[in-house]
Design a protein around this ligand. Structure first.
Ligand SMILES: [Zn+2]
Length: 308
C-alpha cells in the first residue's frame, strides 16, 4: 500500500513536471518571422507559421486551421507596418487575447515617396489611407533584423520568464550572426562598382535593402502585390532599362514571374534568377532561413549587376 501511494505521488509529480516543461506555443505570421522565432526560442517553443515558404503574405486569406492555431497560441508574432492586413480580423475571429509582439517596433519606417509624386501629377489612384503608404519590408535591412530579434527576446521573456536566460542566450548568439551577415553583405556589394548597382524586380520589396546597402531597385509593381502595374508604368520601366542598359532582372519567389519575363523579353534583358523577398524557400533549399535569404540573394545580385 505504501509502495502504491509512493508510486501515485511520483507519477503525479512526473505529470506536473511534464506539463511544466511543455514548450511555449508561438504563432508567427509568415515564414521569416517563423525562422526568427525558432532561432531565439529553440527547444522552449513550438512554432506554427501561418504564411509558409513561397507564400505571399500581402494577399493571404487565413484558413480555419489558422484561427485554431491562433486561439491556442501563447504568443503571436507579427511584422506590423501594415504588412499582414488580414491579421486583425483573424485575431478577432480566433478570440485571441494573448500577447502580440509587433517585431518591427522601433525601426524607422520608409514612406512611399513615388506615389506622392504621382499624386501631385494627378495620377494617384491608390487610397492614401489604405495600406501601402508605409513600406513594410523592413527585414530586408539586417540592422532592422537585429531590432526584430530584440523585440522578440523581450516578448518571449515576458510570456515565459522561466526560460528567460535561454531566450537571452540564444537571442544574443543569433543577433551576432545577423551582424556578421550584415558585414558580409556590405563586403559583397562593395565588389560591384557603384554605377552598376541597379536591379529590376517584380515588386518593390527592397527599399530597405537599397537604403542600407546602396543598390538601386526598380519595380513595375509598388510595395503591395495587390496593385496591378499600369501599361504606362511598364512601358516607362522598359524604356529606362534600355536607356540605362540594365541587365540584372529578377523574379521573386512569391510573385508571378510572367511580368518580369515579359519585361526582360521586351527590354532585351535576361532574368538573372530568383530573389527571396517576402517569403523563405521550402526547407532544405538555400534561402530557407532569414540569413539564408541574404546568402542566396546577395551573390545572385552581385553576379547579375556585374553584367550591367
Ligand atoms: Zn512585399
Amino acid at each position: 500500500m505504501r509502495f502504491f501511494v509512493k508510486t501515485l505521488i511520483l507519477s503525479l509529480v512526473l505529470c506536473a513536471s511534464t506539463a511544466w516543461a511543455e514548450p511555449l506555443r508561438v504563432v508567427a505570421s509568415f515564414s521569416i518571422m517563423g525562422d526568427m522565432v525558432k532561432n531565439v526560442g529553440g527547444e522552449d517553443v513550438v512554432v506554427t507559421t501561418l504564411v509558409g515558404p513561397d507564400g505571399d503574405a500581402h494577399v493571404y486569406e487565413p484558413t480555419p486551421s489558422d484561427a485554431k492555431a491562433v486561439s491556442n497560441a501563447q504568443l503571436l508574432v507579427v511584422n506590423g507596418l501594415h504588412f499582414e492586413g488580414w491579421m486583425d480580423r483573424l485575431v478577432q475571429s480566433a478570440g485571441y487575447r494573448g500577447e502580440i509582439v509587433v517585431v518591427s517596433q522601433g525601426v524607422t519606417p520608409r514612406q512611399m515617396q513615388e506615389e506622392h509624386e504621382d499624386a501631385a501629377h494627378g495620377e494617384q489612384h491608390h487610397d492614401p489611407h489604405h495600406h501601402g503608404t508605409i513600406d513594410p519590408h523592413a527585414w530586408q535591412d539586417l540592422a532592422n533584423g537585429v531590432i526584430y530579434v530584440d523585440n522578440l527576446i523581450a516578448a518571449l521573456v515576458k510570456v515565459d520568464p522561466d526560460h528567460a536566460e535561454a531566450y537571452r542566450r540564444r537571442g544574443a548568439a543569433y543577433r551576432a550572426q545577423l551582424q556578421d551577415t550584415d558585414r558580409w553583405v556590405r563586403a559583397q556589394i562593395a565588389t560591384v562598382p557603384a554605377v552598376q548597382r541597379r536591379v529590376i524586380t517584380s515588386h518593390d520589396a527592397f527599399g530597405y535593402f537599397s537604403a542600407a546597402y546602396g543598390v538601386e531597385f526598380l519595380a513595375p509593381v509598388g510595395w503591395n502585390t495587390e496593385n496591378e502595374p499600369s501599361a504606362k508604368d511598364v512601358a516607362r520601366l522598359i524604356r529606362q532599362i534600355k536607356q540605362e542598359k540594365t541587365r540584372a532582372l529578377f523574379v521573386e519567389n512569391m510573385s508571378d514571374p510572367r511580368l518580369i519575363k515579359r519585361i526582360a523579353r521586351e527590354a532585351g534583358g535576361v532574368v538573372g534568377g530568383t530573389l527571396y523577398s517576402d517569403a523563405l524557400a521550402p526547407a532544405g533549399q538555400t534561402g530557407d532561413s532569414y540569413i539564408g535569404m541574404f546568402r542566396h540573394n546577395v551573390p545572385a545580385l552581385t553576379a547579375a549587376m556585374a553584367q550591367n
